[in-house]
Design a protein around this ligand. Sequence first.
Ligand SMILES: Cc1cc2nc3c(=O)[nH]c(=O)nc-3n(C[C@H](O)[C@H](O)[C@H](O)COP(=O)(O)O)c2cc1C
Length: 207
Amino acid sequence: MASSATVNANAVIEQFKNRRTYYPLSKDLSVSTERIQEIVKEAIQHVPSSFNSQSNRAVVLFGADHEKLWDITTEVLKGIVPEDKFEPTAQRMAMFRGGAGTVMFFEDQDVVKAMQTNVPLYAEQFPVWATQSNAMLQFAVWVALEAEGLGANLQHYNPIIDAKVAEQWKIPSSWKLSSQLVFGGRTGPAGDKAFNPVEDKFKVFGA
Ligand SMILES: Cc1cc2nc3c(=O)[nH]c(=O)nc-3n(C[C@H](O)[C@H](O)[C@H](O)COP(=O)(O)O)c2cc1C
C-alpha cells in the first residue's frame, strides 16, 4: 500500500487558491531546473487518465529553447496579424519570452486511437477524455509550480505553431499540442479576479 501523510484538505485548497495567472514573469527561477522537471514528471505520472491510458505528454523548455518557442510564435503570428496592428502582439510575445521557461502539453493521438480500437463502445469519448486528463495535468503542474513560489500563465498558440514546434524539437507526429504554460519569477501580484456567486454554480441533495 502506498504511504501518504494525511493533510487537511484546506492545505490542498490553499494551493488551489494560490494558483493564479501571473504575467509578466522574470527569468529569475527561485527553484532549480531539476526541481521543475521533477514536478512535471511527478504530475504526468500521477494525474489520472481514462482506463489508465496515459495519453498525456509534456516537453519543458528552458533558456534559449524557451525563447525559441516565443520567437517561432512571433514569426507565425507575423504571417497572420496585419503589420499595422502587430505592436500589441509583439509586446505580448516579448512578455512570454521574458519568462524563464514553458511547459508544452500534448495529447498522444496514437494512444487515443488505440483506445478507440480496443474499446469501440467509447470510441467517441476517448478524445474528450484525453483532453480532460490533459487539463488535469495542466492544472496540477500550474498549482505545483506556483506552490514553489513561481508564477505562470496558460497560453494556446496551437494549432498555428504545431508544425514548427514539431520540427524544432523533433516532437513525435502523434503528439497533439494542447497548451503552453509559461513560467518564471513573479514580478508583481496577480490581477483582480471576480467570482460569480457559488450558489449559482453548486447544488447539493441529501446532505
Ligand atoms: C482552459 C483555459 C484556457 C485559457 N486560455 C488562456 C489563454 O489562451 N491565454 C491567457 O492569457 N490565459 C488563458 N487562460 C487563463 C484564464 O484567463 C484565467 O485562468 C482566468 O481568467 C482566471 O484567472 P486566474 O488564472 O488568475 O485564476 C485560460 C484558462 C483556462 C482554464
